[in-house]
Ligand binder design. Structure first.
Ligand code: TZP
Ligand code: MG
Length: 201
Protein backbone atom coordinates (compact mmCIF):
# COMPACT_ATOMS: atom_id res chain seq x y z
CA UNK A 1 0.00 0.00 0.00
CA UNK A 2 1.22 3.49 -0.83
CA UNK A 3 0.39 6.61 1.18
CA UNK A 4 0.49 10.13 -0.14
CA UNK A 5 3.70 11.77 1.17
CA UNK A 6 1.82 14.81 2.52
CA UNK A 7 -0.20 13.69 5.55
CA UNK A 8 -2.09 16.68 6.91
CA UNK A 9 -3.62 16.55 10.40
CA UNK A 10 -6.58 18.84 11.11
CA UNK A 11 -8.92 19.20 14.07
CA UNK A 12 -12.25 20.05 12.45
CA UNK A 13 -14.38 19.47 9.39
CA UNK A 14 -14.15 23.23 8.75
CA UNK A 15 -10.39 22.96 8.36
CA UNK A 16 -10.90 19.93 6.12
CA UNK A 17 -13.39 21.84 3.94
CA UNK A 18 -10.90 24.70 3.71
CA UNK A 19 -7.73 22.80 2.81
CA UNK A 20 -8.62 19.42 1.26
CA UNK A 21 -10.07 21.00 -1.93
CA UNK A 22 -6.60 22.43 -2.64
CA UNK A 23 -5.46 18.92 -3.57
CA UNK A 24 -4.67 17.22 -0.26
CA UNK A 25 -4.96 13.43 -0.72
CA UNK A 26 -4.40 12.18 2.83
CA UNK A 27 -5.89 13.87 5.88
CA UNK A 28 -6.32 12.91 9.52
CA UNK A 29 -9.21 14.27 11.56
CA UNK A 30 -7.80 14.56 15.09
CA UNK A 31 -10.44 15.66 17.59
CA UNK A 32 -10.00 15.26 21.32
CA UNK A 33 -12.80 15.79 23.85
CA UNK A 34 -16.05 16.28 21.97
CA UNK A 35 -19.52 14.87 22.69
CA UNK A 36 -20.29 11.83 20.53
CA UNK A 37 -23.14 13.41 18.54
CA UNK A 38 -20.98 16.33 17.49
CA UNK A 39 -18.08 14.03 16.72
CA UNK A 40 -20.31 11.98 14.48
CA UNK A 41 -21.32 15.10 12.56
CA UNK A 42 -17.67 16.20 12.28
CA UNK A 43 -16.64 12.82 10.88
CA UNK A 44 -19.58 12.66 8.43
CA UNK A 45 -18.92 16.22 7.18
CA UNK A 46 -15.19 15.47 6.78
CA UNK A 47 -15.95 12.26 4.93
CA UNK A 48 -18.26 14.09 2.50
CA UNK A 49 -15.52 16.62 1.63
CA UNK A 50 -12.90 13.90 1.29
CA UNK A 51 -15.13 11.84 -0.99
CA UNK A 52 -15.75 14.85 -3.23
CA UNK A 53 -12.00 15.43 -3.57
CA UNK A 54 -10.56 11.92 -3.75
CA UNK A 55 -8.84 12.32 -0.38
CA UNK A 56 -8.31 9.46 2.06
CA UNK A 57 -9.72 10.20 5.53
CA UNK A 58 -7.98 8.89 8.62
CA UNK A 59 -9.92 9.22 11.88
CA UNK A 60 -7.84 9.53 15.03
CA UNK A 61 -8.95 7.53 18.10
CA UNK A 62 -12.67 7.12 17.35
CA UNK A 63 -12.64 3.71 15.68
CA UNK A 64 -16.31 2.90 16.34
CA UNK A 65 -17.46 6.07 14.61
CA UNK A 66 -14.92 5.55 11.83
CA UNK A 67 -16.49 2.14 11.18
CA UNK A 68 -20.02 3.55 11.29
CA UNK A 69 -19.17 6.33 8.84
CA UNK A 70 -17.24 4.02 6.52
CA UNK A 71 -13.97 5.94 6.67
CA UNK A 72 -10.72 4.73 5.08
CA UNK A 73 -8.43 4.51 8.11
CA UNK A 74 -8.34 4.77 11.85
CA UNK A 75 -5.21 5.94 13.62
CA UNK A 76 -4.58 4.57 17.11
CA UNK A 77 -2.00 5.32 19.77
CA UNK A 78 -0.62 2.59 21.99
CA UNK A 79 -3.09 3.41 24.76
CA UNK A 80 -5.99 3.17 22.29
CA UNK A 81 -4.85 -0.24 21.02
CA UNK A 82 -5.57 -1.92 24.33
CA UNK A 83 -9.26 -0.91 24.22
CA UNK A 84 -9.95 -1.22 20.52
CA UNK A 85 -11.78 -4.17 18.99
CA UNK A 86 -9.21 -4.97 16.32
CA UNK A 87 -11.32 -7.79 14.87
CA UNK A 88 -14.23 -5.38 14.35
CA UNK A 89 -11.89 -2.84 12.75
CA UNK A 90 -10.56 -5.49 10.35
CA UNK A 91 -14.00 -6.88 9.57
CA UNK A 92 -15.24 -3.44 8.59
CA UNK A 93 -12.41 -3.05 6.07
CA UNK A 94 -11.00 -0.05 7.93
CA UNK A 95 -7.24 0.25 7.59
CA UNK A 96 -5.17 0.82 10.70
CA UNK A 97 -2.27 3.13 11.49
CA UNK A 98 -0.42 2.96 14.80
CA UNK A 99 1.81 5.50 16.59
CA UNK A 100 5.21 4.45 17.94
CA UNK A 101 7.81 6.32 19.96
CA UNK A 102 10.27 3.60 20.97
CA UNK A 103 11.29 0.03 20.18
CA UNK A 104 8.82 -1.57 22.61
CA UNK A 105 5.99 0.38 21.10
CA UNK A 106 7.11 -0.74 17.66
CA UNK A 107 6.93 -4.39 18.83
CA UNK A 108 3.38 -3.78 20.09
CA UNK A 109 2.40 -2.05 16.86
CA UNK A 110 3.80 -4.76 14.59
CA UNK A 111 1.99 -7.44 16.60
CA UNK A 112 -1.38 -6.04 15.44
CA UNK A 113 -0.31 -6.06 11.78
CA UNK A 114 -1.03 -2.40 11.02
CA UNK A 115 -1.32 -0.89 7.55
CA UNK A 116 1.18 1.83 8.41
CA UNK A 117 3.42 2.78 11.31
CA UNK A 118 4.02 6.32 12.55
CA UNK A 119 7.25 7.38 14.26
CA UNK A 120 7.57 10.55 16.29
CA UNK A 121 8.46 13.07 17.39
CA UNK A 122 11.17 13.60 14.80
CA UNK A 123 11.76 17.15 16.10
CA UNK A 124 10.42 19.04 19.12
CA UNK A 125 6.69 19.72 18.77
CA UNK A 126 4.31 22.23 20.28
CA UNK A 127 1.23 20.23 19.31
CA UNK A 128 1.41 17.32 21.77
CA UNK A 129 2.93 16.72 25.19
CA UNK A 130 5.28 13.76 24.84
CA UNK A 131 7.70 12.11 27.23
CA UNK A 132 10.05 11.07 24.43
CA UNK A 133 13.00 13.14 23.31
CA UNK A 134 13.05 14.02 19.62
CA UNK A 135 14.05 10.95 17.61
CA UNK A 136 16.16 12.78 15.06
CA UNK A 137 16.47 11.68 11.48
CA UNK A 138 18.80 8.75 12.17
CA UNK A 139 16.07 6.67 13.83
CA UNK A 140 14.07 6.59 10.58
CA UNK A 141 16.24 4.07 8.70
CA UNK A 142 16.12 1.52 11.52
CA UNK A 143 12.32 1.82 11.75
CA UNK A 144 12.01 1.37 8.02
CA UNK A 145 14.12 -1.79 8.13
CA UNK A 146 12.03 -3.22 10.97
CA UNK A 147 8.64 -2.54 9.38
CA UNK A 148 9.56 -4.06 6.02
CA UNK A 149 7.12 -3.11 3.30
CA UNK A 150 4.77 -1.09 5.50
CA UNK A 151 4.59 2.66 4.89
CA UNK A 152 6.40 4.76 7.50
CA UNK A 153 4.81 8.04 8.55
CA UNK A 154 7.05 10.51 10.38
CA UNK A 155 5.65 13.22 12.62
CA UNK A 156 6.64 15.95 15.02
CA UNK A 157 7.99 19.43 14.35
CA UNK A 158 8.09 18.95 10.60
CA UNK A 159 8.22 22.11 8.56
CA UNK A 160 8.49 22.77 4.87
CA UNK A 161 12.11 23.77 5.37
CA UNK A 162 13.03 20.58 7.25
CA UNK A 163 10.80 17.92 5.71
CA UNK A 164 13.08 16.74 2.89
CA UNK A 165 15.34 15.11 5.50
CA UNK A 166 12.69 12.61 6.56
CA UNK A 167 12.17 11.43 2.99
CA UNK A 168 15.91 11.24 2.37
CA UNK A 169 16.14 8.96 5.43
CA UNK A 170 13.44 6.62 4.14
CA UNK A 171 10.10 7.98 5.38
CA UNK A 172 7.11 7.47 3.10
CA UNK A 173 4.96 10.28 4.47
CA UNK A 174 5.35 13.42 6.58
CA UNK A 175 2.53 14.27 9.00
CA UNK A 176 2.10 17.90 9.97
CA UNK A 177 -0.11 20.09 12.10
CA UNK A 178 1.28 23.46 13.17
CA UNK A 179 3.45 24.26 10.18
CA UNK A 180 0.22 24.44 8.17
CA UNK A 181 -2.53 25.49 10.58
CA UNK A 182 -0.30 27.91 12.50
CA UNK A 183 0.88 29.61 9.32
CA UNK A 184 -0.34 33.10 8.47
CA UNK A 185 -1.60 31.73 5.16
CA UNK A 186 -2.60 28.06 5.60
CA UNK A 187 -3.84 27.79 2.01
CA UNK A 188 -0.52 28.98 0.56
CA UNK A 189 1.37 26.73 2.98
CA UNK A 190 -0.74 23.72 1.94
CA UNK A 191 -0.03 24.43 -1.72
CA UNK A 192 3.68 24.71 -0.94
CA UNK A 193 3.63 21.34 0.89
CA UNK A 194 1.83 19.74 -2.03
CA UNK A 195 4.40 21.12 -4.47
CA UNK A 196 7.42 20.19 -2.37
CA UNK A 197 6.24 16.64 -1.71
CA UNK A 198 5.53 16.05 -5.42
CA UNK A 199 9.02 14.49 -5.75
CA UNK A 200 7.99 11.66 -3.39
CA UNK A 201 4.40 11.28 -4.67
N1 TZP B 1 2.39 12.78 17.67
C1 TZP B 1 3.73 12.89 17.73
S1 TZP B 1 4.22 14.49 17.42
C2 TZP B 1 2.61 15.01 17.20
C3 TZP B 1 1.75 13.93 17.38
C4 TZP B 1 0.27 13.98 17.26
C5 TZP B 1 2.23 16.41 16.87
C6 TZP B 1 2.77 16.90 15.57
O1 TZP B 1 2.39 18.23 15.36
P1 TZP B 1 3.35 19.32 14.70
O2 TZP B 1 2.67 20.63 14.99
O3 TZP B 1 3.41 19.05 13.23
O4 TZP B 1 4.69 19.22 15.39
MG1 MG C 1 -5.06 8.23 20.31
Amino acid sequence: MKLDPFYLILDSSDWIARLVPLGVKLVQLRIKDMPEGELCREIAASKAVCEDHGCQLIVNDHWRLAIEEGCDFVHLGQEDLADADLAAIRKSGLKLGVSTHDGDELDTALAVEPDYVALGPVYPTVSKDLKWAPQGLDRIGGWKRRIGGLPLVTIGGLTLEKVSGVFEHGADAAAVISDVTGNRDPEARTRAWLALTETWR
